[in-house]
Design a protein around this ligand. Structure first.
Ligand code: SAH
Ligand code: SF4
Length: 352
């Protein structure tokens, strides 16, 4: 079986090359090509032909191919569907902000967490992505956009901390100077609240922004929408967040999808405020997007404002997240489902 060369760090490549009796500069050359996003060893034109052939015998180069692109007419947000080597699909979204291009990427094909409001959770879990595949998402979209991507959010399909090792390896690759060189301060990672992994991540002391999908102020509500809460409840999660903020000195960003009549009452706002009191944090309210057929409705604008004002009165800063690409369903998990349904329909037609 061929090995995944693009998931290797520069140091690991150097060690592998040393075993072959090759100098470190050769490993660096290969590393740079991989970070630039080449898809074959033959493109590594500064390597001797024999070395290219030898590499191709032992390794493969992960890649992601753009198979669909939907552009929002409202704000230019682009949603991509990418195909991986084994035919699986993942989604990414490219957003343009005043400070540059930001990409939302996937870390798994599907997700095991089963949140009731989420399209990805609904369609089940297929597999983890490798570090090289996660990196390939950024490379493929940057190539397509023809412009440098400066910010990354790990908020696409999947639960990043359920694929911990590959995600950490990806972070190391994408932030390295010989590579895309996107610094940790320009990266956000979103989790549904895997407490043991949050504790582990705190020890890595990375400068990234940790976003926590809270979506409820108490266990009663959170148990209904997020099955993960039965393993680690709100208290356990908030304790881990508090200690994460203390260990890293970084402010936690709490995501809160506002669902009309479920988690958006004044009491919910008060309870949330009192539980977050004293923590280095910020609350991001997101009007829920009804994608799962569970009849969740967005809270009204008045409700959003009222919710924010209660939080702010108690000293918790909060904003309503600007929704980009609302005309193209730019939250992840939906395009893949549609395409797979189409493919199934197409396969059925061929079989007839
Ligand atoms: N698994 C991670 C990251 C991917 S989901 C997590 O759950 O944090 C990215 C964000 O989108 C999360 O905050 C998630 O709760 C939110 N989300 C998922 N479905 C949504 C929907 N239908 N409406 C609004 N936000 C949603
Ligand atoms: Fe998974 Fe996040 Fe969706 Fe929950 S919200 S099912 S954790 S991707």
């Amino acid at each position: 079986m061929l090995e995944d060369i693009k998931s290797k760090t520069c140091g690991e490549l150097q060690a592998a090359f040393r075993e072959w009796g090759l100098p470190a500069f050769r490993a660096k050359q290969v590393f740079r090509w991989l970070q630039q996003g080449v898809s074959s060893f033959d493109e590594m034109t500064n390597l001797p032909r024999e070395l290219r052939a030898r590499l191709a015998e032992r390794y493969y180069i992960a890649d992601a191919a753009v198979v669909r692109r939907q552009v929002s007419r409202l704000d230019g947000t682009v949603k991509y569907l990418l195909r991986l080597r084994d035919g699986e699909h993942v989604e990414c979204v490219l957003m343009r902000y005043h400070h540059g291009l930001s990409i939302c990427i996937s870390t798994q094909v599907g997700c095991r967490m089963g949140c009731t409001f989420c399209a990805t959770g609904k369609s089940g879990f297929s597999r983890n992505l490798t570090a090289s595949e996660i990196l390939s998402e950024v490379q493929a979209v940057q190539r397509d956009a023809g412009e440098r991507i400066s910010n990354i959010v790990l908020m696409g399909m999947g639960e990043p901390l359920d694929n911990y090792d590959s995600v950490l390896r990806f972070l190391q690759l994408v932030s390295c100077e010989e590579g895309l060189n996107i610094g940790m301060r320009h990266i956000s990672l979103s989790t549904c609240g895997l407490v043991d992994r949050i504790e582990r991540l705190a020890q890595e002391k990375l400068q990234l922004t940790l976003s926590v999908s809270l979506h409820a102020p108490n266990d009663e509500i959170r148990n209904q929408t997020m099955p993960v809460n039965r393993k680690w409840n709100v208290e356990a999660l908030l304790n881990a967040c508090r200690s994460y903020a203390e260990t890293t000195g970084r402010r936690i960003s709490f995501e809160y999808a506002m669902i009309s009549g479920v988690n958006d009452s004044d009491d919910c706002a008060r309870e949330l405020a009192s539980r977050l009191e004293g923590m280095l944090c910020h609350v991001n309210l997101i009007p829920v997007n009804d994608v799962t057929g569970n009849h969740y409705r967005k809270s009204s604008v008045e409700r959003q404002k009222r919710f924010i004002s209660i939080l702010e009165k108690k000293g918790i800063t909060a904003t309503v997240r600007r929704t980009l690409g609302s005309d193209i369903d730019a939250s992840c998990g939906q395009l893949r489902r549609r395409v797979e349904e189409e493919e199934t329909a197409y396969a059925a037609l061929r079989e007839e």
